[in-house]
Write a new protein. Sequence first.
Length: 201
Amino acid sequence: MRPGAAMPRVDMLCLRPVERTRLPMYANIRPFLELCVMARGPQDLPASPSWLVIAAAGYFAVGAAIAWPLYPPGLALLSAGVDVALLFGIAAGLLAWRGYTVRWLQTALALAGSGFLMGVVALPIVFSLYRAILTGSEATFSALAYWVLVGWIIAIYGYIFTQALSLKSRWSGLGVALGYFVVSWIVMQLLFPQGQLASGQ
């Protein structure tokens, strides 16, 4: 080694194998976690079709899990698929309207990835509400937590739309996100009316 050369770092050799195996997984999930607290934008995500497939599969799985107690199995899977199609289709339409179709891949990845993570958080809350409905018991805390999560995901989607559509105001992004959820809810209710399914089971 020549005089003055920097000594090589060897501290990584002290890591236990279990810690080394966790680092890549956390590195992959971290951008989506930061997106959920609005510390990153969709432009910070990789324009990767393979990552979009993974995120869409996770979003689909969470949607199917939430719909499973409400519908027959085939219809639950279909409703989750329609939900994914609405998410990607509406995003594509909005980007085309603004002339930013090149941003679709990263925008769709941001929406599906954050939607998946928030859906995972929502699962125990939603199933707690299901149990309360079946037993006729109170679920005030679960209901409050559910609406907090709804507000949070609207804020996240508003943040994503603000960045992806280059909107001047975050309020505009929130309006777009709220409009997306209203349109999505109406379409899903028209295609998969829960009241009829519940009475037919």
